[in-house]
Design a protein around this ligand. Structure first.
Ligand code: SF4
Length: 263
């Protein structure tokens, strides 16, 4: 199923060693505490102060859509498209090659080589999962109700693999993606009443895909709930949380936040 290091790390929790209070079905503990229910992207955004959510939701601004956002979208599609192809048409190398050519044609020239590598790595996995009689239950961006755990009406993990949420990230962002997989897992728990003990983050960094298992203990679930409520508080109060102390160089809002500081 997942690469060996991921399976090695989760073996204990799969066997039932994890004691968790904050399950998605414990609505009295994890249900909405505020009227505004953020998206998973807002809860797990890279901005330390969540000013990005304030700028978008309260001020109605839009970030620059080129640069890192465009690259993220291209790599995200390069990761997901092979799974869609294999689910739709079976493990066909010809169809994968056609899908890859289409994807690369629509991508900016400078991103094509890296997008090609992401697509190839993802294709190998999609083929392995889709070949033979052992086809795994995989869904690409399935819709899961988010309201029961205080999130937007619908949340969509990149993949659900036998009930395990898998989320892709381009570049750094492992820590914030832990919150995203916790959010997805708790939404799945609320919808299914089945425990989800781990999620997986797939990171494209240094020219390759890295797979990380995230054990969903109460610590990471609490962090998600705190971040969810902090974002909701910002939107409901309409108060500017201020520019973060350390902003990523690539933040698409730098032109707004740091230009304002220079005036
Ligand atoms: S520039 Fe800094 S404060 Fe503004 S949204 Fe980006 S990370 Fe947040």
């Amino acid at each position: 199923m997942f690469p060996a290091p991921v399976l090695e790390r989760v073996r204990g929790v799969v066997a039932g060693d994890l004691v968790v209070e904050l399950r998605g079905w414990r609505l009295e503990l994890v249900g909405p505490r505020r009227g505004f229910m953020p998206t998973v992207s807002e809860v797990s955004s890279p901005c330390p102060s969540k000013r990005d959510v304030y700028l978008r939701r309260v001020r109605g601004l839009k970030p620059a859509s080129d640069g890192v956002l465009l690259a993220g979208r291209v790599f995200h599609e390069a990761f997901l498209e092979p799974f869609r192809v294999v689910l739709r048409a079976g493990p066909s190398l010809e169809r994968l090659a056609g899908a890859k050519a289409r994807l690369l044609r629509g991508a900016p020239r400078e991103l094509r080589s890296a997008a090609s590598r992401v697509f190839d790595a993802s294709s190998a996995l999609a083929m392995a999962w889709g070949v033979g009689g052992a086809r795994l239950p995989v869904a690409v961006e399935p819709e899961v109700p988010g309201g029961p755990v205080g999130l937007s009406d619908v949340v969509r993990p990149d993949l659900l693999v036998a009930g395990v949420p898998v989320d892709f990230v381009y570049g750094n962002g492992l820590e914030r993606k832990e919150l995203a997989v916790a959010a997805y897992a708790m939404a799945v728990e609320a919808a299914s009443n089945n425990p989800v003990n781990y999620g997986v983050v797939v990171q494209y960094a240094g020219g390759r895909l890295l797979w990380r298992a995230v054990i969903l203990d109460d610590r990471v679930r609490s962090r998600f709930l705190e971040a969810r409520d902090a974002v909701a508080r910002i939107v409901e109060s309409g108060e500017d949380p201020g520019v973060a102390e350390s902003c990523p160089d690539w933040c698409p809002w730098r032109g707004v936040c740091h230009a304002a500081l220079r005036v």
